[in-house]
Design a binder for this molecule. Structure first.
Ligand code: URA
Length: 214
């Protein structure tokens, strides 16, 4: 190995220790946080679908750009649309409790949604809206490259896994995309209406914790 290559390799190894995940051969190092911030800036005025006419603001996502665990939900609701942050309403409070029960902090994980804008009246996302927004989600996933993605509910699971299978059939087992593990589970909003299924989600989260330990 020549000395230039050795130096480059050393630099990459040191920077990886400090959480740098993106490198370019021109010598410019851009951290995941910078790439995510640029992406957020690029899409804050997004008009790729009709939700731009009814939203208050784009809810890009938040958390640790180097997270090993990422949660993907459906779409912002009333509170998220007002505050510009994902999962801050009643379902969000339950998600926070789940994260803390996993002995993690909200800031340690990354939280995003399939749709970045609130559907009016909290209706379900349309296939055309999911298709328009999916490249942003996939870019977030590509930059963060978590070890595990927990897909919360039908829309997140079906979008990430490109399937029409119902969430009741998908939940509880790992799928793999590009070396990342996907764990579909029930959406916290569903759990608020069906608390008897919380134990199933906890079973799923125990599998996630085990995978994060490996
Ligand atoms: N439900 C979601 O799917 N995402 C949010 O951000 C809030 C509620």
């Amino acid at each position: 190995m020549n000395s230039e290559l050795r130096q480059l390799r050393q630099r990459v190894e040191v920077e990886r220790e400090f959480g740098v995940t993106e490198f370019s051969i021109t010598g410019t190092v851009r951290k995941g946080a910078v790439v995510l911030a640029e992406l957020e800036e690029e899409f804050k005025g997004c008009t790729l679908c009709g939700l731009c006419r009814t939203r208050t603001q784009v809810v890009f996502g938040e958390g640790n750009p180097n997270a090993r665990l990422m949660f993907v939900g459906e779409a912002p609701g009333f509170d998220e649309d007002r505050q510009g942050r994902p999962f801050v309403g009643a379902a969000g409070q339950l998600l926070t409790k789940i994260i803390e029960a996993m002995k993690l902090k909200r800031e340690e994980v990354y939280i995003a949604n399939c749709l970045k804008c609130r559907p009016p009246g909290n209706r379900s996302p349309l296939p055309s809206e999911i298709a328009a927004c999916k490249p942003i989600l996939m870019k977030q996933v590509e930059v963060i490259r978590p070890k595990v993605i927990c897909a919360l509910g039908k829309f997140a699971a079906q979008t990430l896994l490109q399937t029409e299978e119902p969430i009741s059939r998908l939940r509880g087992r790992f799928f793999e995309i590009n070396g990342m593990k996907i764990m579909p589970t029930f959406h916290p909003a569903y759990l608020l209406r069906n608390p008897q299924d919380k134990k199933l989600v906890w079973e799923d989260m125990k599998k996630v914790m085990q995978e994060l330990r490996t």
